[in-house]
Design a protein around this ligand. Structure first.
Ligand code: 8DG
Ligand code: MG
Length: 148
């Protein structure tokens, strides 16, 4: 198949940047409203836009989805995820960042209620269920954003 084939473009892998926003021993999660991972708890984040670096994308997505300003943004790890459960398959290279709040007194707002039921802080040792499966897989594999 030629790389100019329209089917190739539609099914091309994409890059997403998602953020472990940490506060004390807690992480910020929201329950998704989406074709992929509906009703599961996930990190804030979204598609990397043309020309952005990972830190810029992390800060933009967190701001767009929660209203929060973040600081100390660092790259943690990358996973490769194929989503076949929805009506349209998708393939994401998911880039996981870590950050802190720019100002610890900020409170998350649910700015995109059509995409999320709401944001809250959850103890890393007592995470809500069900987690979005890419996150669940990392947790089951022993990944810890506090010690990475
Ligand atoms: P955008 O239009 O604002 O750019 O994107 P979005 O609507 O916010 O995208 P998203 O679904 O929240 O994130 C893009 C993809 O990232 C998602 O379809 C699958 C992948 N992804 C993971 N793990 C996680 C996660 O924990 N949270 C989020 N939000 N996305 C994740 O692999
Ligand atoms: Mg998102």
């Amino acid at each position: 198949m030629s790389s100019n084939d329209a089917t190739d473009l539609i099914l091309a892998p994409k890059a997403a940047v998602v953020v472990f926003l940490l506060k004390e021993k807690k992480v910020l999660l929201g329950r998704r409203r989406a074709a992929v991972g509906d009703s599961t708890f996930a990190l804030p984040g979204g598609n990397l836009e043309f020309g952005e670096n990972f830190e810029e994308c992390a800060a933009r997505e967190v701001k767009e989805e929660t209203g929060l300003d973040i600081a100390n943004i660092e790259l943690l790890t990358v996973t490769n995820n194929l989503f076949v459960e929805g009506p349209k398959p998708s393939h994401y290279v998911t880039i996981f960042m870590r950050s802190a709040l720019a100002n610890p007194d900020q409170v998350p707002q649910n700015i995109e209620p059509e995409k999320c039921d709401g944001w809250d802080w959850y103890d890393w040792d007592n995470l809500p269920q069900p987690l979005f499966w890419p996150l669940e897989k990392m947790v089951n594999d022993g990944f810890n954003p506090f010690s990475s």
